[in-house]
Design a protein around this ligand. Structure first.
Ligand code: DAR
Length: 366
């Protein structure tokens, strides 16, 4: 069994050099593990074996996987995030210490002549006392949703975060129907169905769909918490505007409020910061993004030119429908700093602000 798995990994690793998990696998170390740890590693790697075209090729399934399977995860983390295997993440939301920002600390995109744009900042968080989504039972998923109900009750009572929870769980008191769900997805408020995502299916993260899934939405639709997607929680602030601080500060206020409510404690690693399902999100767990209209640079409906300019700026480019979606019809793309680990939250926001300025400059020169 152990040798079969090692042989399977070796055969795929030759054909898929970009799959970090396959490349990081060490058969000698794997053979030295206890049967229980070997089984845990196989589960973490399953998505990358079933989908060898994966970039990362693995997901953690227990909060302790990053520690208990450290030699493997330290290698994939180091190679993906381009940090040393001994790197330690430090979080910091204070913009004051970041160089190259406006004196007043206001990251206003209007300074680049940009109109109000769709701005969004989100973090992934997982509860410390539950398995990660890849290893949750249906009961775990319902337990997560029930734990969050107590938190939402407190948010609903507040003028700054008041709203409502919408559940996909059959029979849930707040269950919404298919039409309402589709409307929330089309409004970019709710996440898309997970049972069609081959990576998440193979990782066990999409299991028991749609049980234990839902989203909390504030009355102004500018504060959202996804429950039961790739991480237990995706907590995000979004709005149309030009001042990035607005979404950044609101998210920070929400996190300060939520952690501790109803005994909630987030999974945290001394080395890797916020513990997330996918190693690509470790550290801050933060994705700060903008929908930026770049019709000249995306002429022909392709984002190749944008990617060439964005990559050296440390920015990744997506379609406006999320990961693996096309450029918007009007040439709008979703841009966001790629870095998550060994960069501060403030550093991510600064990279987005400066990167947007450079991209719009290139657009005007195209
Ligand atoms: N399919 C996974 C995606 C990794 C990054 N995106 C996430 N976590 N949503 C891969 O290994 O390519």
């Amino acid at each position: 069994m152990a040798q079969d798995f090692a042989d399977r990994v070796a055969a795929l690793a030759v054909r898929y050099p970009d799959n970090l998990a396959l490349q990081a696998f060490d058969p000698g170390w794997y053979a030295s593990l206890t049967p229980a740890l070997r089984a845990r590693l196989r589960k973490c790697m399953n998505s990358g074996l079933e989908n060898p075209d994966s970039q990362m090729g693995c997901y953690a399934c227990q909060p302790s996987d990053y520690d208990d399977l450290r030699p493997f995860f330290a290698r994939v983390i180091s190679r993906y995030h381009r940090v040393s295997e001994e790197a330690r993440h430090v979080s910091d939301w204070r913009l004051s210490g970041v160089e190259g920002l406006p004196e007043d600390g206001v990251l206003d995109l209007a300074r680049f002549g940009l109109p109000p744009l769709s701005m969004r900042v989100r973090v992934g968080r997982n509860l410390a006392d539950l398995p990660l989504p890849g290893a949750m039972s249906r009961a775990d998923r319902l337990r997560l949703e029930a734990r969050m109900a107590a938190v939402f009750d407190r948010l609903i009572a507040r003028p700054d975060f008041g709203g409502a929870y919408h559940s996909l769980t059959p029979g849930h008191a707040r269950q919404i129907d298919a039409a309402a769900y589709r409307r929330l997805v089309d409004a970019h408020i709710m996440f898309r169905p997970m049972d069609g995502d081959r990576y998440l299916e193979a990782a066990g993260i999409a299991a028991h769909w749609p049980h234990g899934r839902g989203c909390y939405v504030s009355a102004d639709r500018a504060f959202i918490i996804w429950v039961g997607e790739e991480d237990h929680l995706r907590i995000m602030a979004m709005q149309r505007g030009t001042v990035l601080n607005d979404v950044f500060d609101r998210l920070r206020a929400a996190l300060d409020l939520i952690e501790g409510l109803a005994g909630l404690r987030f999974a945290w690693s001394d080395d890797y910061g916020a513990v997330t399902s996918c190693p690509t999100n470790l550290g801050t767990g933060m994705r700060a993004s903008l929908h930026l209209p770049l019709p000249r640079l995306t002429r022909g409906g392709t984002d190749t030119r944008v990617r060439e300019i964005a990559r050296p700026l440390g920015l990744s480019v997506r379609g406006i429908g999320g990961e693996h979606t096309p450029v918007g019809a009007d040439g709008t793309v979703d841009i966001s700093p790629s870095a998550r680990l060994c960069i501060t939250e403030a550093g991510i926001l600064a990279a987005l602000y400066k990167g947007a300025g450079r991209l719009i400059e290139a657009e005007r020169a195209a």
